[in-house]
Design a protein around this ligand. Sequence first.
Ligand SMILES: Cc1ncc(COP(=O)(O)O)c(C=O)c1O
Length: 441
Amino acid sequence: MSRLYRFISLLPRPSQQLSLRLPTSRAFSGIIPKVAGINKSKQVVEDYDKYVAQNYTPLKDVVIARGEGVYVYDIEGRRYYDFLTGYSAMNQGHRHPKILAALKEQADRLTLTGRCYYNDMLGKYAKYATELLGYDRLLPMNGGVEASESSIKMSRRWGYEVKGVPDNEAKVILCRGNFWGRSIAAASSSTDPSCFMGYGPFVPGFELIPFNDIPALEHALKDQHVVAFMVEPIQGEAGIIVPDKGYLSKARELCTKNNVLLICDEIQCGLGRSGKMLASEYESVRPDILVLGKALSGGFMPISAVLADDQYMSMMKSGTHGSTFGGNPLASALAIASLRAIVEGGMCENAYKMGEIFRKEAATFRRDIIRDVRGMGLFNAIELNPNCGVSASTVNEKLRDHGILSKSTHEYTFRMAPALTINEEQLMDALSLMKKALEEC
Ligand SMILES: Cc1ncc(COP(=O)(O)O)c(C=O)c1O
């Protein structure tokens, strides 16, 4: 039997396909009830564990089968508040109706052409995004790591062609605790052993300094070979680390003074998540190069972008950089709809308001085990006291049992990042479930 035939014959027949009964009830609270007689998730988990590369450890006992707005539903029909939102790729909530409509309409017409042809959507998307965010041009990419890497390529080239850095001597400064993806270049500039160990030899030309440390930046920028400082205005994977007030604006000032490009990686903290369209707006900072991803697609497909003015974007000359899928018409239609949904849905304002409520309420929970509640907008973390004997993964499991899906970023820190569409009633409901879950820890 050919492998293809075998594969097709193994596909579930329509009659075997899993049907979903979605409850109309509120999110359950209390321990997950066992559904008598059926355990649809068992087979899924077995297949996962047997056939999928084991580079993730999914949260146990939940197989997500459907998402809608601020909720996801598991294969057995239980409802959860999604407080991860695909690592902030669904700021607009699951399957936002306007983004979904744009997807369907575009998919019915044209999905991909290749960048060697004009397509009728990319120009529209670039016009909308550049006007909205205030840059001359947009470079379309797919995953976040590609966009961040593109910004490094752009700044290295600018260093050689404009700044006069000797060939192959360009340096990019990053902060310790940064996370910008999983490529070899990203691994080469990571301080997290699980990202870089065993992946050498590494890409040269990166220098690491502590985050939120202006003297260290000032010192590093003295090197004439430095072309760029790449920074997350709020460090995401490091545990939602908000720098001191004035850090980013001072960094901007120092970059300008030293003829170094400021690259803001707003892939996770941007697009409304922090309570503003861009987290750098809190300090009225305009980076030379802005990197976006994740929620640029509302979670429908990988879409990322680099935005910059002509003087930097002109480094990307014909044939020097590209991507098969970057800027495809389907992605372009999705990105316009995703940005519009944030703007027209007042999501930045809502994230700001709901974030204030979240931190105020969460700060009253289990003060014996919680050391810190921090964040901006709906980009928040709860950090446990390391001596309390409870780990974030234990808390995640308790939260799951009470109908909330979260994700720990470190052993003692878990991120709370719901859809920016969450309303006050839903937030208060989620907070009361959180409270109950924490009380059981
Ligand atoms: C700040 C930041 N930059 C870049 C990336 C990489 O994005 P992707 O996983 O889409 O490659 C991430 C992913 O979490 C991120 O948080």
